[in-house]
Design a protein around this ligand. Structure first.
Ligand SMILES: Cc1cc2nc3c(=O)[nH]c(=O)nc-3n(C[C@H](O)[C@H](O)[C@H](O)COP(=O)(O)O)c2cc1C
Length: 203
């Protein structure tokens, strides 16, 4: 049977799931517009889930990172229940990656360093927006930005105290490859001591 999808077997993947993530992420370059866009799922302490998109700004050999408002809904859920799931999808390659694990805040120095790289408009927006709080009108938000622009005129915009990064340290990965007739390939990584074991699961 010929098909355009690249099969995925447990013998094809890198023994290191972070390297496998990098491989698929790299292979998606130029194929999707917002390659860093992932769904981030969090939950309240009693298990009510919520999900939204964020931009995956870091991924290395130990963790995955994004930036947001610490007082937002996701921030409050992570405060109460510091676990999350990330979902990445690449339609042209028929690939989905799921990553689950524990979440902690980045250090102030790490958040400062990233905030400093942002455009001034985004920096002012981070100050102006009390993310996930009710807002009576858009005009209020825009007026806040104007006032902050004056306040910080001629100097760098400091990082707001309630804005910064989170890092997720994974305990589980799944690499899913679309195949014909719904016979998709699924390769799961689970912790095994200080390393990982790989298993195939039914599609
Ligand atoms: C493609 C995309 C990327 C986004 N990236 C971020 C992000 O990196 N950080 C962020 O706080 N919100 C981001 N958002 C907005 C969130 O989806 C969400 O509206 C916001 O964070 C508030 O979510 P919450 O109320 O669940 O905390 C993004 C939205 C989209 C559609």
């Amino acid at each position: 049977m010929s098909e355009r999808w690249v099969p995925l077997d447990v013998t094809d993947v890198d023994a290191n799931p972070f390297a496998q993530f990098r491989r698929w992420f790299d292979e998606a370059a130029g194929l999707i517009l917002e390659r860093e866009a992932v769904t981030l799922a969090t939950a309240t302490s009693d298990g009510a889930p919520s999900a939204r998109m964020v931009l995956l700004r870091h991924h290395d050999e130990t963790s995955f990172g994004w930036y947001t408002n610490y007082e937002s809904r996701k921030g409050q859920e992570l405060e109460a229940n510091p676990r999350a799931a990330i979902l990445w999808y690449c339609e042209p390659l028929g690939r989905q990656i799921r990553v689950e694990g524990k979440v902690e805040k980045m250090t102030s120095a790490e958040s400062d360093a990233y905030f400093a790289t942002r455009a001034r408009g985004s920096q002012l927006g981070a100050h102006a927006s009390h993310q996930s709080q009710p807002l009576a009108s858009r005009a209020i938000l825009e007026d806040r930005v104007k006032a902050l622009d004056l306040e910080f005129q001629g100097r760098d915009v400091p990082r707001p105290d309630d804005w910064g990064g989170y890092r997720l340290t994974p305990r589980r990965f799944e690499f899913w490859q679309h195949r014909v007739d719904r016979l998709h390939d699924r390769v799961i990584y689970l912790p095994a001591g200080s390393s990982w074991r790989v298993e195939r699961q039914s599609p």
